[in-house]
Structures are given as structure tokens and as C-alpha cells.
Unconditional design. Sequence first.
Length: 485
Amino acid sequence: MNGNTGVDDPGRFARDCEERELFDGARRVLVACSGGADSTALAVLLSEHFAALGDSAPELYLGHVNHALRGADSDEDEVFAGELARKLGAEFLSVRLQGPAGHEPPASLSEGQARELRYAVYRDWANGHQLDCIATGHHRDDQQETLLLRLCRGTGVAGLAGIPSSRLLGGTEDAVKLVRPLLGWSRAELLAVLDARGQSYRTDETNRNLEIPRNRVRHEVLPLLEEHVHPGVRSSLGHLAEQAAGLQGDLESLGARALAAARLAAAGEGIFLSLEELRSWPRSVRREVYAAAARELAPGAEGFFSRRQLESAEDVLDPDDSLAAADLGGGLRVELAGGSLRFSPSAGQGAPPLVSCGDVSLQIDGDPVDWGDWSLSARREPWKGPGEDTLEEWVDESSLAGRLLVRGRLPGDRVWPLGAPGSKKLKEFLRESGVPAGGRDEIPLVVSAGEIVWVVGQRLCQPFSVSPGGASAVRLHARRLEDAS
């Protein structure tokens, strides 16, 4: 057996942990164990590693979250995990998740929903048992799959860095680390570890359900890429993640310097940052400043901003725009405060609306609705072709998803103006259209399922335009209330 299997090299796991300093100073370590091959292999390897450390080893816990989604199979997973804990001499913790009012959870959960439920349990365990580390069984194949999924869905440098080997677990009373000791190991190597020890494991048949995107990437997309595009695609993805992780580390270091340089001593709750200092740094570094501020104010926040969050903060920072505040989600708010940019927790249910008249539902073939100084209507009518009236547009009814809303602009809004090659930020479009900064909050937007359909008085958006050929059309009409006779 060669050295790449990991079976004939008992020191490999210990070296991985020591090089990354995963368990330095830890007294209590929990393995998150589903009962599957990956987490079972982690529990076995970690138990062996701690046994070799003798009296200096941390106390080992094994924790199992029963999502109760697979009937008797879920309960058998929990039994298996308990028996494994006893075999390894680890303290066993388990939780069976309950739905509302003590009922069973829903019949299915998305990958993200299940993850959030598990991590809530991990935080409870960390606080209740004074844990120092929680170890999960993510391995090299998971890293490759995650990176490919993020590439498909859209991501930045932080997303390309993939799954970190260690990070703090937010929402805990103490600094608890979430660690992944197996990121250098492949799934095949972990199966070989279990086989060499005669250790059984549980199999979740839902892992072969191709309706789940990760499973399709694992069982179809990656093998197809290996066979027909490049046999070294897995290694290429791994190298990309390593390089991105290095670059992201550099950006975070610069972000820490920029945060320290921009931070102002100011009275009041929140973090106050100098506008002049912030604007002297590149946008990529400001992203890390914003993310660091978010983590400081809300320790459970993600480690990097989404594009929408970044653009919301940048919109407020923009000196040519009158948008003075934005709710970033996650209980965070950013606003101009004199010569500073202030990050603070949102009050109550969120930040006050940026446009006083809020959202108004616009019913097709219903009565006209008022929004600010405007009256708007939507009616099914035969399309008459492009017109000259800037306060009238026709849209393809089949392109609309759900009800129409009329609202004001929000941070991060994007539009695809009719005839343009692609989308752009709404504020850039308004600026190019000659709308003064002071008047941009007064322009109504017709919206469908979160997408802007019409910037009233300016331009229809490309995805909603009517094509010649008799498509069912909806006529949108607007007029200023002071123009009413």
C-alpha cells in the first residue's frame, strides 16, 4: 500500500493537526459525527491521535444531530453514533431536532437549512460544555465540490478560497474554533482508513439523490470534467483554492490595517470610520473592512460580504449620492454620520425605510395606486408597439413572477435598461440619465419578484420587454398627482 492512502502512515493525521495548530491549547474537543464514513473516520483518527498524546490529550466528545428526516434510518444513525462514542471512550451528546410546537421537522430541508440547524446545536454544545474546538469531517473532495458549486453560482476571492481549515464559531460565549482536520484527505483515503481498521459506518441514500446540486456535482459533473475536459481538474481546483486562500489572507491583513487607520473615537453605539481614509483604499480592501466591522458587531456574521451587501455599503459611501443609510441584513445597519461611516446594530425590526412611502402592491387590472407624488396602474391591453410617452410602457405578462410592487430604490439595486448590453447599478443608470442626486429617491420603481421592471419616466428593463408576435401584454401607466385634472 503506498503512502498516499494514509493507512500505512499513522503519523500523517498528527502532522496535519500540528502543522495547522488545530488543537493547540484545547481541553475539550467535539467531533460532529453523522455516522457516515467521513465523520466516522475523523472520530477514529482523532481518538487514535489523542491516545498517543497520553495525559496531555484533550477530552474527546462525539456529538450527533438527528434531523429526523429519514424515519427509522435517522434513529439508527443516532444509535450507531452513540455506540461509536462508547467504543472510542468519548462522551456522547445527541439532539433530535423538533419542528414547531414539538412536531417533527418538515419532510425535507435544503442543505443550507440543515446546516444552520446543526450549527445552532453546535453553539449550544460549545456554551453548555465549555468546548474549545468542534471538528467536522469535511475533506478534499468536499473542498473541490464546494469550489465548483461556488463558481457556478457566482463568487469572489473569499469564496474561491473554499472551506477554511479553521475559523471561529460565531455565537459562542468563548472563542470556540471550528476545525476541519481532513481537508488534505480524499474520500477514497478515508474509506481505506476505515477498511484497514474493520470499522463500519452508516450510508445515507439521499447522498445519491441527483436533485441535490452537490450530489450531481459529485456523481456526474466532476467525473465528466475529468473524463472529457481535463483529468487533473480536481488538483486544479485544489490549487485554485490554495492560491485564493493566500490572496484572501493578504486582503484580510490589509483590511485590518485599513480598519485600524480609519477607525474614529466617537460617542455612540457602533463603529465609526473616516470617510476620507476609507476612500483612500481600494474597493477590495474596503470589502474586508466592512466584513471585519460586521464580525465585530455580530460575531455570528459570515466572514465575507455578499455582492449585495458590499454594494449597499458602497452606495452609502458614494459622495455623489443622497442615499445616507442602508440595512445590510443580519441585524446590521450602515449610515453616514457627519464625516464618518457608521456601522451599528439595526434597531427593532430593522432600519427605518429609506423612502417614507414604502412598498405598494400594484394589481394588474386593479385600481390605480398612489406612491409618493405618483399614481400608477397596470392593465392587460393589446400591445401597440413602442411609444413616445415616457410615462407609459408595455411589458410581457409571462415575464412577471408574482405580484407587482411599487417602491423606491434600495442599496444594491441593479437594472438592465432596454437596449443596453447588460445590467448595471441603478444609481449609475440614474446618474447617466441626468437625474440629480436629490431626486433619485422620488422616482418610483415597478418591481416583480425583486427584479426592477420599470424605472418610471426613464426606461423599461430588457427582460420584461414585449417581443413582436402577439405576446400577452400589460400596460403600465404613471402620472404625477399634481397633473390630475
